[in-house]
Design a protein around this ligand. Structure first.
Ligand SMILES: [Zn+2]
Length: 89
C-alpha cells in the first residue's frame, strides 16, 4: 500500500481510535496487500501517511483501484477487437 498523494510507504492506520499502524506498516513491508484487504472488510479505517500527512480511507481507494483496473482491461480488449476488425478488411 502506498500513499496516493506522495507514494510514500511510511503509513499508519487507525481503526476506531486504536493504532494498528505497526501491523499495517509491517504488512506493507512484506507486500501484505491481503492484510490490508482484510482491514477493508471491517471499515472505519483511516490510513495516515507519515510523510505528507495525507489521510484517506483504504476502502474507497481499493474500490477506485478496482474500477480503474476494470477500465484498463476493458480498454485493452476494445483495442484488440478494433485491431482484429481492421485486419479483416
Ligand atoms: Zn503521503
Amino acid at each position: 500500500m502506498k500513499c496516493p498523494k506522495c507514494k510514500g510507504t511510511n503509513l499508519s492506520a487507525q481503526k476506531r481510535g486504536f493504532g494498528i499502524g505497526k501491523a499495517l506498516v509491517g504488512a506493507a513491508a512484506t507486500g501484505g496487500v491481503g492484510l490490508a484487504a482484510g482491514f477493508i472488510g471491517s471499515n472505519k479505517i483511516k490510513v495516515h501517511c507519515l510523510k505528507c500527512g495525507h489521510k484517506w480511507d483504504p476502502t474507497t481507494q481499493a474500490k477506485a483501484e478496482e474500477a480503474e483496473r476494470k477500465r484498463i482491461k476493458r480498454e485493452r480488449s476494445d483495442a484488440r477487437w478494433a485491431e482484429r476488425k481492421a485486419q479483416r478488411k
